[in-house]
Design a protein around this ligand. Structure first.
Ligand code: BJW
Ligand code: ZN
Length: 252
């Protein structure tokens, strides 16, 4: 049962921000990072794999792991949460979708102009000169998790290709971060979906919206009760909460 006040806040909002994390893709079968037992970081050490130092130390280990991840996100399909977010854009005057995810399930669900704060598994670039390869990466056989794979070389300078994601200690893409902060500062309602909210500066997005006076709704089955009266928790899986919210607010 979703609070009537949330339904009416959604109905009357002029600018809605949807801010997503790994939990929105969990029901498509893509592992989250920090969920107990199923999260990626349960089995793999972020310091060994998700930093520029790790790539310098052992490029084949890091590239092999990211190729395994890339292959694992090609098969899964968008779930009812991705589809509801794409649909929501057709019901509100303005919607900004900001994701921390490095998959492309929002795009495949039909969302446009998605702001990717942490880059993409599908857009590698050269570790030395930052140029992207002219040809997209082929879909290879799924390498086993942990299999080493030598990264392809850049056709411009011969440097190694690296995954196009944002590692710990690296800056987020400047235009994406400033567009995200601007939308958070200006929106009336923000839906924060499937994120643990521990990774900065992305985690500032819902805080900024709340501090600027917006209603903030967290959708997370493991979420904690929020401390402010402008914040609400729907402790449900995103694939259930979002279609229900949409149905209650706009029918259909
Ligand atoms: C469901 C569900 C269902 C399950 N429905 N929900 C300020 C304070 C402290 C530290 C820092 C700070 N500022 C910067 C830092 C350092 C660092 C940081 O934040 N560290 C903290 C972890 C302590 N930040 C950085 O380094 C960032 N860069 C930066 O700040 O640059 C400036 C700088 C430079 C030099 C020095 C210092 C600063 C970069 C961060 C990059 C993060 N990259 C990753 C990896 C991407 C590549 C890859 O994929 O491998 O991004 S980390 C990983 O976490 C990934 C995610 O996008 C990100 C967020 O995770 P997310 O999406 O929230 O997933 P989970 O698993 O944590 O949560 C899932 C949630 O879903 C759970 O709550 C479930 O309950 C829920 N769920 N099923 C709804 N069905
Ligand atoms: Zn290069």
């Amino acid at each position: 049962m979703i609070l009537a006040s949330l339904i009416s806040a959604l109905r009357s909002a002029r600018h809605v921000v949807v801010f997503t994390g790994a939990g929105v893709s969990a029901e498509s079968g893509i592992p989250t990072f920090r969920d107990a037992l199923t999260g990626l970081w349960e089995r793999f050490d972020p310091g060994e794999l998700a930093t520029p130092e790790a790539f310098r130390r052992d490029p084949a280990l890091v590239w092999g792991w990211y190729e395994w991840r890339r292959m694992r996100v090609l098969q899964p399909q968008p779930n009812p949460a991705h589809l509801a977010i794409a649909d929501l854009a057709r019901h509100v005057p303005q919607l900004t979708l900001i994701t921390q995810n490095v998959d492309d399930l929002h795009e495949r669900a039909g969302s446009e102009d998605v702001i990717h704060l942490h880059g993409s598994l599908h857009r590698p670039r050269c570790f030395a000169c930052a140029r992207e390869p002219a040809e997209p990466l082929p879909a290879a056989d799924e390498p086993e998790g942990g299999r080493r794979l030598e990264p392809p070389r850049c056709s411009h300078c011969g440097g190694r290709l690296r995954p196009g994601v944002v590692w710990f200690g690296e800056s987020l893409p400047v235009a994406a971060l400033s567009a995200a902060f601007k939308a958070a500062d200006e929106c009336d309602l923000l839906l924060s979906v499937g994120t643990s909210g521990v990774v900065y500066p992305a985690a500032e997005v819902p805080h900024r919206a709340r501090d600027a006076g917006a209603t903030v709704v967290h959708i997370n089955p493991q979420g904690e009760a929020p401390g402010s009266n402008r914040e609400h928790l729907l402790a449900l899986p995103a694939g259930k909460a979002l279609p229900e919210l949409l149905h209650e607010a706009f029918g259909g």
